[in-house]
Write a protein that binds this ligand. Structure first.
Ligand code: T46
Length: 162
């Protein structure tokens, strides 16, 4: 098995047993989930996902970003180990992903859509609409040492892994 094929074959997305949608942009695997949503006539919609069932990990931390003007750009880093699910319960946020080999984009503009972001993925988030809210559920507690904030260091890290 060639190293690139082995990397794709062993990618965590391949082991997810749930209703996730996997889009493959040549070698980069983009995994989104569609949350179960229950609409009550005239009373809005409840959307839900469950740790280890609808996302491929347990959840230890939840944070969210709010009050950002349109055009705000955040991120610009990767994580050595952290795995997360991102969703936008209000508004529209473009997520740019880069695995060191190729780049892709996912628009979070549906409160029931979640995006799994694995480790070793460079990410940027761009606010398409003022006051859009970005929610994140992470598999680990906050650890500053898990961040790679230098793009050249990121490229060296992923390229060393093949
Ligand atoms: C990510 C994207 C999607 C904490 O003290 N605890 C926390 O749990 C987090 C996430 C951040 N912070 C502090 C660290 C910085 O002083 O909050 C400040 C802002 O963090 P940062 O500049 O990393 O924020 P973003 O929006 O660029 O990135 C965040 C997450 O940090 C990151 O893990 O993947 O959202």
């Amino acid at each position: 098995m060639d190293p690139a094929h082995k990397r794709r074959h062993n990618h965590p997305a391949r082991h997810l047993r749930v209703c996730g949608k996997v889009r493959k942009a040549s070698t980069m695997i983009i995994q989104t989930i569609h949350m179960k949503s229950v609409t009550a006539e005239g009373q809005g919609t409840l959307s839900v996902f469950e740790a280890s069932r609808d996302v491929p990990f347990d959840i230890k931390r939840i944070y969210y970003i709010h009050g950002a003007p349109q055009g705000t750009q955040r991120g610009g880093h990767a994580h050595k180990a952290l795995r997360q699910v991102l969703w936008c319960p209000y508004g529209s946020i473009l997520i740019r992903l880069d695995d060191g080999h190729e780049k892709s984009e996912v628009l979070l503009d549906d409160p029931a859509k979640g995006l799994i972001v694995e480790h070793n993925i460079w990410r940027e988030m761009i606010w398409q609409q003022e006051n859009s809210v970005l929610c994140v559920a992470a598999d680990s507690y906050y650890e500053a040492a898990d961040y790679i904030r230098d793009y050249d260091e990121f490229l060296k890290t992923v390229q060393a892994k093949g």
